[in-house]
Design a protein around this ligand. Structure first.
Ligand code: NAP
Length: 239
């Protein structure tokens, strides 16, 4: 029996690259690819629709996927740093806007928590299974030297805490499961596009390169790593 994976955020730069790679992996039997727009089915890829701001859409997707059996990998590839006409990273506390901050928390922390609420129960109990969410190194409180980007940093720190919490809780029912937050590196996507100046070319990954690195990291994680934040090169980052 092949492995079954669900990617939420399949329309994103990193999410799309991951879906494409999983789809050509002979070990993978099914890839559920979730996004706001949906998509077309092909090969092992089965698209579904969800919106992070709509818990009902997440619950419905999980119910549908769960009917076909347990899942080996749930990968949350959604996230937000800025939106045209909406939130933008704050350089100072003077730029803080409650509504913009709430939007980032909704997308970066609350949405993934609601996904966990409905998708953690789908993880296989009788074998290794992974729930991973794209976080960011800048969400590490211990690693914070530059400051700024208040809402993004704080929402990712909240996500990291949720991941640590879910790992503790899941250990009781799913001893072989791993829950992890991931830092994908600086990746050439719409999210990072306005902020790539000054990033050395060798440090700006294509989405394909980042997805390849992240898959290696996922493959190497053990149950005792559960709850941690891991960079693209496998380094465990401090919270
Ligand atoms: N790129 C980097 O350098 C970098 C660095 C560190 C961390 N990360 C993290 O990596 C993750 C993916 O980033 P990316 O670079 O691939 O960005 P991206 O290309 O902008 O992708 C973001 C994804 O989030 C989805 N999304 C946003 N709001 C949503 C909502 N309400 N409901 C459902 N989906 C929603 C987008 O869907 P739509 O297509 O429908 O908008 C898209 O699939 C993010 O969590 C980001 O913080 C990225």
């Amino acid at each position: 029996m092949g492995l079954r994976a669900a990617v939420l955020g399949a329309s994103g730069g990193i999410g799309a690259a991951l879906v494409a790679q999983l789809a050509t992996d002979p070990a993978i039997e099914r890839v559920y690819a979730g996004s706001r727009r949906g998509g077309t089915a092909g090969g092992p890829v089965q698209p579904f629709r969800f919106d992070l701001r709509d818990a009902g859409s997440i619950a419905a997707a999980a119910t549908q996927i769960g009917k076909e059996g347990a899942v080996d990998l749930v990968f949350v590839a959604t996230g937000m740093l800025h939106r045209a006409g909406g939130p933008a990273p704050e350089k100072s506390f003077r730029a803080i806007d409650g509504a913009a901050m709430a939007e980032l928390f909704q997308v970066n922390a609350i949405g993934p928590a609601v996904i966990a609420r409905h998708f953690l129960p789908l993880l296989a109990r009788d074998r290794r299974a992974v729930f991973a969410a794209l976080s960011a190194r800048v969400g590490s409180i211990a690693d914070n030297r530059l400051g700024g980007w208040h809402s993004y940093r704080a929402s990712k720190a909240a996500l990291n805490m949720l991941i640590a919490n879910f790992a503790i809780e899941l250990r009781r029912t799913h001893p072989q499961a791993i829950v992890a937050a991931l830092h994908p590196g600086t990746v050439d996507t719409g999210l990072s596009a306005p902020f790539q100046r000054g990033v050395p070319v060798a440090r700006l990954f294509s989405p394909e390169t980042s997805a390849r690195h992240l898959r290696k990291v996922l493959d190497a994680l053990r149950p005792e790593d559960s709850g941690g934040l891991f960079a693209w090169d496998g380094e465990r980052l401090p919270y």
